[in-house]
Design a protein around this ligand. Structure first.
Ligand code: 5AD
Ligand code: SF4
Length: 469
């Protein structure tokens, strides 16, 4: 639904809604009402929250970081592992408490958890105080749901994804330096542990012209970096009639002149030589690749339905390292997948040693209802899985620190993005290969790419000084 249609939906509730609609200023139906949004999970969810915030701002809501003063609380949830589920329901306990004090408070739950049938049943049975539930496919229906709120729980989730909807910039972006740009939604890979193909649906790529329009607009508005987003960016275009691949999209995005381009996440299976060439050729495509390996055991990779062997991964890894100057590669690894023996795990440690990743997100396998892996026999004790995770993290942290130490004394181009979270006398930003650097610099440096001398290396960040000419 486009924005005029959203307003039409709001118009239908005339006794509640006063509206003015002039020159695309479809305002301010909920003037001065405050909303609080909490986001769990991946960059996709972070970006979806920017979209939700954009919609609410257009309706006249004001964003607040103070949970207790809000009129509307939105929980944008993630379903990838069980621990997020527990966090969300823990937080909902606090919301319930607040609602007792303020019965007009509206509580909305959306995102991937809302796409899970078991969660919807749980909400119906145990959480009557959640007012609105909407899914990942119908964020655009939020104005309608708010305007037509029936006064009791309203669940509106589609099991089937629709077409890609173009929104005409209703995002309220968190930063005016860096921006997320969706290039596709959903995923067709069906890794056996993963719930994403069920919660986000089949792969739908945005049209190249729409993506380029958005990037050109960001360039005009002075953005310095964009990150192309998708569960599986390098499968971009495979579902489009027009045969366009990710490497040709990257090339076109590069030619828009945006100073920096990043992309997440890449699947090793779809990583082509052409892609490597394009990344190596264009200076504004950053030499940083997040390339999940998941396991070092061929038996486990097969059970995961990853479609590559550890040998394939190593060949690709080395090709990328050899062809892209100063590239850094990070990864995701799952331990304790059903059937993983100590020997399988040792192979994962071996691949971590061989690749010396610049960093990794490591997880213990979490059985997700409805996925094939949740039905596989899993006899490894939780204590054993936790122990594997610790042993893996030791190796990962060693190489992450090592890759930081290698940068000591070098000069790096750093895009300063914000005031440092840990020390507000400093600013921080990222090197081209995605290392976080903290340094003393004037606030006016935010949004600029500056030369920084690396003076210190910690496990997860670097310290630097502005390079004197
Ligand atoms: N259990 C544990 N980790 C998972 N991931 C995805 N699904 C699961 C699961 N069921 C991890 C994968 C993926 C990352 C985003 O989350 O490593 O790459
Ligand atoms: Fe999940 Fe695999 Fe798709 Fe990644 S590629 S989103 S792990 S199914």
């Amino acid at each position: 639904m486009n924005l005029p249609n959203m307003l039409d939906a709001a118009k239908r509730n005339k006794d509640k809604v006063e509206y003015i609609y002039e020159n695309r200023d479809y305002n301010k139906i909920y003037d001065n009402k405050k909303y609080f949004i909490r986001t769990y999970g991946c960059q996709m969810n972070v970006h979806d929250s920017e979209e939700i915030s954009g919609i609410l701002d257009n309706l006249g809501y004001i964003k607040t970081d103070i949970f207790a003063e809000s009129d509307l609380i939105i929980l944008n949830t993630c379903a990838i592992r069980e621990n997020v589920h527990d966090k969300v329901f823990g937080f909902l306990g606090r919301c319930k408490h607040l609602k007792k004090k303020n019965p007009d408070l509206q509580i909305a739950l959306c995102g991937c958890m809302a796409q899970e049938e078991v969660v919807v049943q749980e909400i119906k049975a145990k959480y009557p105080y959640i007012d609105l539930v909407f899914g990942t496919h119908n964020i655009n229906e939020l104005p309608k749901m708010l305007a037509e709120y029936p006064g009791h729980q309203n669940i509106n989730v589609y099991s089937k994804e629709g077409n890609v909807i173009e929104f005409d910039n209703v995002y309220k972006r968190d930063s005016n330096v860096t921006a997320w740009v969706n290039i596709m939604y959903g995923c067709d890979k069906f890794c056996t542990y993963c719930i994403v193909p069920y919660t986000r649906g089949k792969q739908r790529s945005r049209k190249q012209e729409d993506i380029l329009k958005e990037v050109n607009d960001l360039v005009k508005r002075g953005y310095k970096e964009i990150t192309l987003l998708g569960q599986n960016v390098n499968a971009y275009g495979k579902d489009l009639e027009e045969k366009v691949g990710f490497s040709s999209l990257l090339e076109k995005v590069s030619k828009t002149g945006i100073p920096r381009i990043r992309f997440v996440t890449s699947h090793p299976w779809d990583f082509t030589d052409e892609m490597i060439e394009v990344i190596a050729k264009y200076d504004n495509i950053m030499p940083y690749i997040h390339l999940p390996v998941q396991s070092g055991s061929n038996k486990i990779l097969k059970l995961m339905n990853r479609n590559y062997s550890k040998e394939d991964y190593l060949i690709l890894f080395n090709k990328i390292k050899n062809k892209i100057k100063n590239v850094s590669i990070t990864t995701d690894i799952i331990v304790g997948f059903p059937g993983e023996t100590e020997e399988d795990f040792l192979e994962t440690l071996e691949i971590a040693e061989a690749c010396k990743f610049a960093g990794a997100f490591t997880f213990v396998f979490s059985a997700r209802s409805g996925t094939p892996a949740s039905k596989m026999k899993d006899e490894t004790l939780k204590s054993e899985k936790d122990d594997r995770l610790q042993r893996l993290n030791k190796v990962i942290n060693k190489y992450s620190k090592e890759s930081n130490l290698e940068m000591l004394g070098t000069t790096q181009k750093v895009l300063i993005t914000r005031i440092s979270e840990k020390d507000d006398s400093k600013v921080c930003g990222y090197t081209e290969n995605m290392k976080l650097v903290n340094l003393i610099a004037p606030i006016s440096a935010i949004g600029k790419i500056i030369d920084v001398q690396i003076t210190g290396a910690k496990s997860f960040s670097l310290d630097g000084e502005i390079k004197k000419c």
